[in-house]
Design a protein around this ligand. Structure first.
Ligand SMILES: [Zn+2]
Length: 1272
């Protein structure tokens, strides 16, 4: 509550009242003078009227109302031992009351005071003129807690407990009474000072049990509650040296030694440590014997005829005793041929190298910092790992230690000219809770030069450790000298220096040009497994922890992380400032969500629901982020409302980065985007780009809940993150911007239903949505369309069969239940089922349905057949592109929520109440509504992730309907009819003639979604027919179908139809629609002549491309020079695309030369050039040639980025449709040893091309006949 605010407000009212009142206007009459603004005089005659065992009565007299009426009296007391601390005992709100009874604690002396208060403020305090109230004594009301023992001192029992400072519990003569008993014998000890909390008792015994109690006692007596008994042990020490060590057998490559146990054990021995090394050598090997009865060991794999030193020490839990050292020599080879031992006894552990050349130092002293300087860069350590067999070898972390807090200090050294020299220093302090006792810490680390590691235990003792790097599993294995004990808290400190990454993974530099100067933004991309490249960490999503950052940077740079910056200190002597970021103690996050950004940055800011929302980018470009800011805030508001859960952090930053491997990344509180996916410029960017920006931002903001608040337990449920964010992005854009009609468009979007259905109909390219993955490569590969788009599509289907209300409430239930934790898809099904039960839903077993869609690859086709006039039979079977593949999946049954309508019913607004579940191979629907119908359509609005096939009569009736009045059918179902028909025909399940005829009526179709669906097939046909004799026919057919919609869309002004115009004109110009080419060339010619003329952004792609295609070399050169001159990302994208539109082979080869032999283009630009090239008749002939010629360069530049490289491979080969072209690919991979890790991508492309060939073989004649008929 804001007291000052109320006060100010009343004063303002008073002043306003004075300023404008004539008395009549202001009926409120004050009975005091409001101008006298003073607190009241203090009360007087404060008296302690009575003082009893537990209370006192205080009275006072107040002054007359000189100023304004007194509103309150505050009675406060202090304690004689802390006279400055006043505690408020009572507040009286009635001016006429001047006596209170104050409750007090026993045994204490109290003083009192009284303060008066009016609307202006408080009086001074008045105290009684005499007497102090002393309450009566009693026994303490509790005993000390947390009694424990410390076993660090052999022969001593050290008892500790928590102090009882609360004075009121203690009473006169307060003391602690310890009772220590063993075998009926009890020792009592009293500790008189309450601040003393430890007692050392000499017992003479090591590791002996004692029963201990600590009671609170005062002069009145002992606490009524008996103290809790605690079983503690007397301390043990490190053992003395072993008595003797002898070599009992020698060979050329082994020594066997034997020793005698130490005389002084100082506790229970738990084993022996053996260290040995070649005399004068640097590699020290270590063995452990954990059986105290075993006092013999074999050292093998030694070098012949060499002198070795060996030392043996005994261990208790307290530590390792002094070593007994001997030296011995192995035999020369000829002396030892008969004695060589081949195997190691089972009881003997295998030797391993230690993490440093100076392990001996670790024993002799606990702090040897100067030693580490000599080994500050220890890359040679990594080499030794090949000969270290005693290592952890699992890809997943053990659940022995859980991180709770990371404190990370990062200092980039990025101020020179050559980015290859950029490095960063990192210090990480991690708080760990030990869950299971262990000697080892396993922590992910990749590409770091670690120079120092230490562990601090509960007593604050810091221990230096051995460590080694295990390349295969990207971990450092750290060995503690003492066992880390379950239930105890440890801190690990790691210092390293690392190279700033050139690839787009880990902590990388992202270059951009500013007035001829190259500058950089330094940022991170950690998903899925690259946090380990930024700092050593427990890099699995389930190891959530809190992250605190300190970033050191020079004055000209700014730094950002997931949380707001708290303060900046500095500069230090080297001119570095340190930005210190907030500590979100209550927001643990997965490592992959952590982010850092450093650079010459600037921002725009706004606030939404108390969250500071900023958009960042390189300086001087912030205007381009204004749209992102506006739309981002709307999505934030939408999701807070939709999920009914507020956003978790105090701020949300979104930053545009010049280069990035993904379009966006949902780091919690610091979302990163590729510049082209965040920059929007009115008049320059197209509507398509605008839509792309809105979609990606909605996606990343959705992740702040789905993924960040609740994260996947492991990467096999990646789809849960991505599928949800994908579905939610469409939903959010639709709700926030309804005129865009995104719920219809999601069918044909790149991450929509049709696109992924085409990928998922092949056992070779597809996989189940939920997929088992282990290593980083496998994890990286599932960031694909299946996880995103099929994930999103099956969630959309789930939304349909649960209904909006249950779906939304179920999500909220799930997100609340697993907030700040991780979950699996089964957890989500449970939450949704719980909600369905609460809502009395007709269908509640979510898992039973979803398992069939999520655990199985591919999807079904439902065949609808008439049984009689009122009954249809529904038969499901796996839909795959070949019969061969269908057979392999014929056993799979999906649970299908089927809905349909007919020409008579004509209802395209179905709900879950209309569902017929198909749970077996077949199902039947009997309904009077089916009588006398002309056609049936299944899968209304394509809510279900399945195709529908009909008998020929029904297909023909649908074709007739499209011709006579297509608007009767919902646009989504029109798009579905085309998409289903074509895919069924390609798979041989439908006559190709029917598929072709679904395109006949397009001359009267104006809808964007339907056209997009049709163009998918038409563009595919165009690319296949491009080099055939009937291509001229095809172009003519296309021109006839496109003409009307081209002119219709040209007049449109709304978003939806402008997009239609933009899309249709691209293809219209390509297939030679004269009006389109004329329009485009007019604009292009004008643009060539006038540098200031700006082309309508939605037509730019068409205008530039058409201009280059129909223009000469000068046009191409002009576009290239405009590319160099432009600073706008979207403009350069259009210009770059236009360069690929030329049909002059030598210009394409000029482009190819620039592509792979200069650094003019960014990595992502190069990939899009390759994709665009293969779209034109000449370019497609050259794209593969360019890939072959430049493969080594491509590998060098993209080798670590699977997404980009598979994009290039696919681009180069995708239009191939002849045997000779397949052979090109085959012979390339046979010939080239360098395709290594990407063979799968090449084989995928071969598979795709073979599909093209088969299609041409099977359907060419049909297509030819149909085109001929259409054109007559
Ligand atoms: Zn995502």
């Amino acid at each position: 509550m804001n007291f000052l605010y109320v006060l100010d407000y009343s004063i303002i009212l008073i002043i306003i009242g004075l300023g404008c009142s004539t008395g009549e206007d202001n009926p409120v009459q004050h009975d005091y003078n409001p101008v006298t603004k003073a607190p009241p005089d203090p009360p007087y005659d404060v008296t302690i009227l009575a003082c009893t065992k537990h209370s006192a009565v205080i009275t006072w007299t107040s002054m007359p109302d000189i100023n304004s009426p007194i509103q309150k009296f505050h009675v406060e007391y202090n304690h004689s031992l802390s006279p400055d601390v006043w505690t408020r005992a009572a507040t009286v709100s009635n001016e006429l009351v001047n006596e209170v009874n104050v409750e007090l604690r026993p045994f204490a002396s109290y003083n009192f005071r009284v303060i008066a208060e009016n609307v202006i403020g408080q009086s001074e305090a008045s105290v009684p003129s005499a007497s102090v109230c002393k309450t009566e004594s009693q026994v303490p009301d509790k005993n000390p807690s947390n009694v424990r023992t410390d076993t660090s001192k052999p022969g001593w029992l050290i008892v500790k407990w928590d102090a009882m400072p609360e004075i009121e519990h203690n009473g006169p003569g307060f003391r602690y009474k310890l009772a220590v008993s063993k075998d009926e014998h009890i020792t009592n000890i009293e500790v008189n000072d309450w601040r003393e909390t430890t007692r050392e008792i000499h017992t003479g015994f090591v590791n002996e049990p004692y029963l201990i109690t600590v009671a609170a006692v005062n002069d009145v007596g002992e606490c009524h509650v008996p103290p809790v008994e605690y079983l503690g042990y007397s301390g043990q020490g490190v053992p003395g040296p072993v008595k003797a060590v002898d070599i009992i057998e020698r060979g050329a490559d082994f020594l066997t030694l034997k020793w005698e146990a130490p005389e002084e054990t100082n506790g229970d021995l738990i084993g022996y440590d053996i260290r040995y090394a070649k005399l004068g050598g640097t590699r020290v090997f270590q063995l452990e014997v954990d059986n105290v009865l075993n006092n013999q060991i074999l050292l093998n794999n030694l070098d012949a005829n060499q002198k070795y030193w060996v030392n043996v020490s005994a261990k208790t839990r307290q530590g390792r005793g002094e070593a007994f050292q001997i030296e011995s020599q192995t035999l020369p080879v000829h002396d030892a041929t008969k004695k060589t031992k081949k195997s190691t006894p089972a009881t003997t552990p295998t030797p391993r190298a230690t993490g440093s050349s100076v392990p001996y130092m670790y024993e002799t002293t606990s702090s040897v910092p100067y030693m580490y300087k000599t080994t500050s860069s220890v890359p040679y350590m990594y080499e030794t790992t090949s000969s270290v067999p005693y290592v952890y070898n699992k890809i997943r972390l053990p659940y022995t230690l859980l991180p709770s807090l990371y404190n990370i200090t990062i200092q980039p050294f990025v101020y020179g000219d050559n980015p290859k020299d950029f490095t960063f220093a990192c210090e990480v302090v991690i708080d760990l809770d030990c869950i299971e006792s262990t000697d080892y810490i396993l922590i992910h680390s990749m590409d770091h030069n670690i120079s120092y590691i230490s562990i601090t235990n509960k007593t604050g003792t810091t221990e230096l450790v051995d460590w080694w790097y295990i390349e295969d599993i990207e971990m450092v294995q750290i060995r503690s000298l003492y066992t880390l004990t379950a239930g105890v808290h440890y801190t690990i400190y790691i210092r390293s220096v690392s190279r700033m990454s050139e690839s787009l993974r880990g902590f990388y530099y992202s270059p951009y040009k500013e007035r001829e100067q190259t500058k950089y933004i330094f940022t991170t991309m950690m998903e899925p497994t690259d946090a380990r490249r930024v700092f050593p960490c427990f890099d699995e999503p389930d190891f959530k922890a809190v992250f605190i950052f300190n970033i050191k940077r020079k004055e000209e740079l700014k730094s950002l992380t997931n949380l707001p910056k708290r303060l900046t200190v500095g500069p230090d002597n080297d001119g570095y400032y340190t930005d210190i970021f907030d500590e979100p103690r209550n927001v643990p996050m997965s490592t992959y969500l952590v982010a850092i950004a450093v650079g010459d940055l600037d921002y725009l800011e706004s606030t939404v629901n108390n969250v500071t929302f900023r958009t960042w980018c390189r300086s001087k470009q912030t205007n381009k982020t204004r749209y992102a800011l506006e739309i981002g805030m709307k999505f934030m508001e939408f999701f807070e409302d939709y999920f009914q859960i507020p956003y978790s952090l105090p701020k949300e930053d979104m930053i545009a980065v010049p280069t990035m491997s993904f379009s966006g990344m949902e780091h919690w509180g610091l979302i990163t985007y590729r510049e082209s996916k965040m920059f929007y410029e009115e008049g320059i960017s197209s509507l398509d780009e605008k839509e792309g920006i809105a979609i990606i931002i909605a996606h990343e903001v959705a992740h702040q809940w789905f993924g960040n608040l609740v994260s996947p337990y492991w990467w096999d449920d990646l789809w849960l993150n991505e599928g949800f964010a994908t579905y939610m992005m469409f939903l959010a854009v639709d709700r926030v911007l309804p005129s865009w009609n995104m719920v219809n468009k999601l069918i044909v979007e790149p991450r929509g239903v049709h696109n992924v259905m085409q990928m998922d109909d092949d056992t070779f390219t597809s996989h189940p949505v939920y997929v088992h993955v282990d290593n980083p490569d496998e994890i990286n590969r599932i960031f694909d369309l299946i996880s995103y788009a099929k994930g999103g599509s099956v969630i959309r289907m789930m939304n349909f069969f649960l209904g909006e209300d249950t779906f939304r409430k179920g999500l909220t239930r799930y997100l609340r239940k697993f907030s700040y934790k991780t979950a699996t898809h089964n957890d989500l099904w449970s939450s949704l089922s719980e909600q369905a039960v609460i809502d009395k839903h007709t269908y509640t077993d979510v898992k039973a349905v979803m398992d069939t869609w999520v655990l199985e690859a591919n999807y079904p086709v439902v065949n609808i057949a008439r049984v009689n006039s009122s009954t249809i039979q529904l038969t499901q079977s796996a839909f795959l592109e070949t019969e061969e593949q269908r057979v392999t999946r014929s056993h799979v049954i999906w649970k299908i929520p089927f809905v349909y309508t007919t020409d008579v019913e004509n209802n395209f607004d179905k709900t879950f109440a209309d569902i017929t579940w198909i749970s077996n191979k077949t199902a039947h629907v009997t309904d009077k509504k089916l009588e006398n119908v002309d056609w049936i359509i299944g899968n209304i609005q394509q809510y279900g992730f399945y195709r529908v096939n009909y008998d020929d009569d029904n297909w023909n009736a649908l074709l007739r309907q499209l011709r006579t009045d297509h608007t009767v059918i919902h646009p989504i179902n029109r798009a579905q009819i085309i998409n289903d028909a074509w895919n069924l025909a390609r798979a041989g399940l439908l006559d190709m003639q029917i598929a072709l005829k679904t395109l006949d009526y397009l001359d009267v179709e104006y809808d964007f979604v339907v056209w997009k669906s049709a163009l998918r097939e038409l563009e595919y046909m165009r690319s296949l027919l491009q080099l055939t004799a009937i291509y001229g026919h095809f172009e003519r057919f296309m021109r006839e179908r496109l003409e009307k919609t081209y002119f219709h869309a040209a007049d449109a002004v709304d978003h939806y139809n402008r997009l239609q115009y933009s899309m249709v004109s691209k293809i219209a110009c390509k297939i030679g629609l004269k009006a389109c080419i004329d329009d485009a060339m007019d604009v292009f010619t004008a643009w060539m002549q006038d540098d200031n003329l700006s082309v309508d952004p939605d037509l730019k792609e068409t205008v530039y491309c058409t201009g280059v295609e129909h223009g000469d070399e000068e046009a191409w050169n002009h576009v290239l020079s405009r590319y160099f001159a432009s600073e706008s990302t979207s403009e350069t994208n259009f210009l770059l695309h236009a360069l690929t539109c030329t049909q002059k082979p030598w210009l394409i080869m000029r482009l190819a030369e620039m592509l792979f032999h200069t650094d003019i283009f960014s990595k992502t630009e190069k990939v899009s050039v390759m994709i665009d090239l293969s779209d034109s008749p000449v370019g497609r002939l050259l794209a593969w040639h360019i890939l072959e010629e430049n493969w080594d360069t491509i590998l060098k530049q993209y080798g670590d980025n699977i997404n980009l490289i598979s994009g290039i491979i696919f681009a180069a080969a995708r239009p191939f449709n002849s045997r000779s072209e397949v052979n090109l690919v085959k012979s390339f991979i046979d010939r080239n040893t360098n395709v290594g890790g990407f063979k799968g991508e090449f084989l995928g492309v071969i598979d795709f091309v073979e599909g093209n060939i088969e299609l041409m073989d099977t359907h060419y004649d049909t297509i030819k006949a149909w085109l001929t008929a259409e054109l007559n």
